[in-house]
Design a protein around this ligand. Structure first.
Ligand code: ISJ
Length: 363
């Protein structure tokens, strides 16, 4: 205990003063963002308002400058929302995501664009691609890989027939819960619904706790959450958003087998994103099936000391003898050394498509 008692009234008065100052500053910031919109439209009537590289720089700077006591991620999340609201003043961003409502993909969209974006659920990954291609929305959000279960092959396949670019990435820590409705008889659960990836991510937990329950794969976690309403013997595995949306109760929390379970999502759009200072590039390359093809493909990256962050092989759908590789690496196409590597790869490959350069996920 201190000798001088803490005066609650004076602390609250101080907080009121600070809030007034924060209010004034946020309003001044929003005014600036509005002026940015005017400058952008003046130089180009069809200007793109959302600038992924600029947003990444703003968030990184805030995290660097953050003096505490709030941790940097928390602080960046607050600034994410301020930027989201400022951008909505310029133009509300329309985002399509793999639905239905309550999926982890919606959570990823919210994390990346903030709450002021208008998000629209789509029934399938190709629909997200189609909406973006048709210009019905500004961006799309699709899952691409999970740390436990690997690649979402449907997303990679969609890039093969599309002219869509990757404009960003967002990584989400995935926590699964066992959910029941108020009608569920908890000790009689004999069926558990979830997306096949989530069932796989909780395999060991299910073996230990519900070895006899039937595991029913459905199209999404949110769909699973919806299905158990009215079924007295069923439970669902899904995340917080779905639990809240469908008013379900968690009877076991964080049941994923690996505590670091996370999913990477891609932001897709039609825009070329300039350098942010810490970027990644994704390409897809087709190689003839001949000895040493993979070595030939990777050798230039090694020589130019470019860090590969992912390499994925998919069967090509155009020729029986082609391999298709999806490669992610550190760097941006506008950097000379990256341009040089891509030139060499182009000579060795039967096809090369640059899917996009984009800021490394900040949040
Ligand atoms: C203000 C701008 O426009 C948007 C809003 C931003 C912000 O509020 O900081 C940052 C990038 C853009 O998405 C800008 O381009 O600087």
């Amino acid at each position: 205990m201190t000798d001088t008692p803490i005066n609650l009234d004076s602390l609250r008065q101080r907080i009121d003063e600070l809030d007034s100052e924060i209010l004034r500053l946020i309003s001044a910031r929003a005014e600036c963002a509005k002026q940015v919109a005017e400058v952008k439209t003046a130089s180009d009537p069809g200007a793109v308002f959302y600038r992924p590289e600029r947003e990444a720089q703003v968030l990184r700077r805030i995290m660097e400058l953050n003096p505490g006591p709030l941790n940097s991620e928390e602080m960046a999340r607050l600034f994410r929302e301020i930027m989201s609201a400022c951008l909505a003043l310029e133009q509300p961003t329309k985002v399509a995501y793999l639905g239905p409502e309550g999926t982890f993909t919606q959570q990823a969209a919210l994390k990346h664009f903030g709450a002021s974006a208008v998000s629209m659920p789509m029934a399938a990954i190709d629909e997200v691609f189609r909406e973006v291609e048709a210009g019905a929305v500004n961006y799309g959000v699709v899952p691409v890989e999970n740390s436990t279960e690997g690649v979402v092959s449907h997303t990679l396949d969609s890039f093969m027939d599309s002219s869509i670019h990757i404009c960003g990435e967002v990584v989400l820590r995935i926590h699964h819960h066992l959910l029941v409705a108020d009608t569920t008889l908890r000790d009689k659960v004999s069926r558990i619904y979830s997306h096949p990836q989530s069932l796989a991510q909780c395999r060991k937990w299910l073996d230990a706790h519900y070895p006899r329950a039937e595991r029913v794969p459905v199209s999404s976690n949110a769909e699973a959450a919806k299905m158990i309403k009215g079924e007295w013997h069923s439970a669902a595995i899904a995340g917080d958003m779905a639990a809240k949306l469908y008013g379900l109760e968690k009877i076991a929390e964080k049941i994923e087998d690996r505590p670091d379970n996370s999913t990477r999502f891609l932001i897709i759009g039609s825009q070329h994103v300039p350098m942010s200072g810490e970027d990644k590039t994704s390409i897809v390359v087709a190689m003839r099936n001949q000895p040493g093809a993979l070595h030939d493909l990777l050798e230039p990256f090694h020589r130019h000391q470019i860090d590969l962050t992912r390499l994925e092989t998919r069967p090509s759908r155009t020729g029986v003898w082609n391999y298709v590789f999806f490669i992610d690496f550190k760097g941006h196409v506008d950097e000379p050394r990256v341009a040089a590597v891509l030139e060499e790869v182009r000579l060795r490959a039967s096809e090369l498509k640059v899917l996009g350069s984009y800021p490394v996920g900040v949040l």
